[in-house]
Write a protein that binds this ligand. Structure first.
Ligand code: ATP
Ligand code: MG
Length: 227
């Protein structure tokens, strides 16, 4: 089964809720979808030492959000470069928009291209479970691939499955910074969900592991965009 009309999806979910993992699985099942993760883009800007990276780094380290204006211009540029303003392209966003201000700005850009979001899915995971498993999260920074030593371990310990590069810990995955990210998320998510609910495109999938969530997410896409 494949998608019969273009999908323009936003994945919402607390930090550590598995947005990156669900994205990897979706790209495997639906190879025509393109994806963009704001966190991955920021981390690659930091690694490259750009001005945006330097600015972002100070916020990320402390578990705070990067200013809206910076995020909106960074992501808008990416949308254009990736031809995401073309109506036929199927894509998914992870991590942006994260505030109502960002959502309104994105809405303006996409609407004028007649290629607005057509689905927003909230990954609903118990936050106690998230806190327990974040300690076991290791990442491959260049690709954004995410592993969990307990649930989703790499084939070779501490090595990326595809490249064999060493895995690392994100510097904002410490208990203290992580709690701050979670608090910030809980504050922003209510008005953000309202924004999309009013537009009639908000759905939710619940479960405490990525293996439980993935089949529900995949089925939701097939029901609404497949044949
Ligand atoms: P996870 O990767 O576990 O889903 P997360 O959603 O908190 O967790 P990222 O999306 O990787 O993590 O973002 C990491 C950090 O980058 C955030 O804490 C924030 O500082 C910054 N960031 C990412 N996206 C945005 C955004 N849209 N607006 C503002 N800051 C952002
Ligand atoms: Mg992420």
């Amino acid at each position: 089964m494949s998608l019969v009309r273009p999908l323009r999806l936003l994945l919402l979910g607390a930090p550590g809720s598995g947005k990156g993992t669900q994205t990897s699985r979706l790209l495997k099942q639906f190879p025509l979808i393109q994806s963009l993760s704001s966190g991955d883009i920021l981390r690659s800007q930091i690694a490259a030492g750009t001005d945006v990276g330097k600015l972002a780094s100070s916020y990320i380290k402390n578990g705070q959000l990067v200013p809206d204006a910076t995020m909106v211009s960074l992501i808008s540029n990416q949308l254009e470069q990736n031809s995401w303003l073309n109506k036929e392209t199927s894509w998914l966003l992870d991590g942006f928009p994260r505030t109502v201000e960002q959502a309104a700005a994105l809405n303006g850009v996409l609407e004028s291209a007649d290629a607005n979001l057509n689905l927003v899915v909230e990954l609903d995971v118990d936050q106690k479970v998230i806190l327990e498993r974040i300690e076991a999260r290791w990442v491959h920074l260049p690709s954004g691939r995410v592993y969990n030593l307990d649930y989703n371990p790499p084939k070779v310990p501490y090595k990326d499955d595809l490249t064999g590069d060493p895995l690392t810990k994100r510097e904002d995955d410490t208990a203290e910074v992580f709690q701050r990210r979670l608090d910030k998320y809980n504050q922003e998510i209510v008005p953000l969900k309202e924004f999309y609910d009013r537009r009639g495109i908000l759905s939710k999938v619940s479960g405490n592991t990525s293996d439980i969530i993935y089949p529900k997410l995949s089925q939701l896409l097939l029901d609404e965009f497949g044949h």
